[in-house]
Write a protein that binds this ligand. Structure first.
Ligand SMILES: [Fe+2]
Ligand SMILES: [Fe+2]
Length: 121
């Protein structure tokens, strides 16, 4: 147990979000124009303060397709409040649009929203 609260991570740990998605289709040089996409999933980094609230780092790899995968490293958008069927505020999500790393002479665009924070809270 830490005796220094300034460096005690349990005192400052903030929420995270699960996420999953699929990229849009792109074509590598070796595919002869057929095209392919990738799936990805992960958990964001902890909430980081931002101008209008907070954001998260999203860092993961896609799945493989014919010997390559892509890296995703991006900052999410601001928190978007969400409400249940009775209009009760139940949490927030974050939206992201971006592109993967370039591998095999191509990259993929993606659009995704995180899942709600602390889903069992
Ligand atoms: Fe690819
Ligand atoms: Fe968040």
């Amino acid at each position: 147990m830490s005796t220094n609260k300034q460096f005690d991570q349990t005192q400052y740990q903030a929420h995270v979000h699960e996420f999953l998605g699929s990229t849009m289709i792109a074509t590598s040089e070796t595919e002869m124009g057929l095209g392919h996409n990738h799936r990805f999933a992960g958990v964001t980094g902890q909430a980081k303060p931002s101008c209008n609230g907070h954001v998260h780092v999203m860092n993961t790899n896609t799945d493989f397709f014919r010997g390559h995968f892509h890296m995703i490293e991006i900052i999410t958008g601001e928190a978007v409040p969400i409400y249940d069927e009775n209009n009760v505020h139940i949490g927030h999500v974050h939206a992201v649009t971006g592109a993967t790393s370039v591998e095999d002479l191509h990259s993929h665009v993606f659009i995704v929203a995180t899942l709600i924070q602390n889903p069992i809270g």
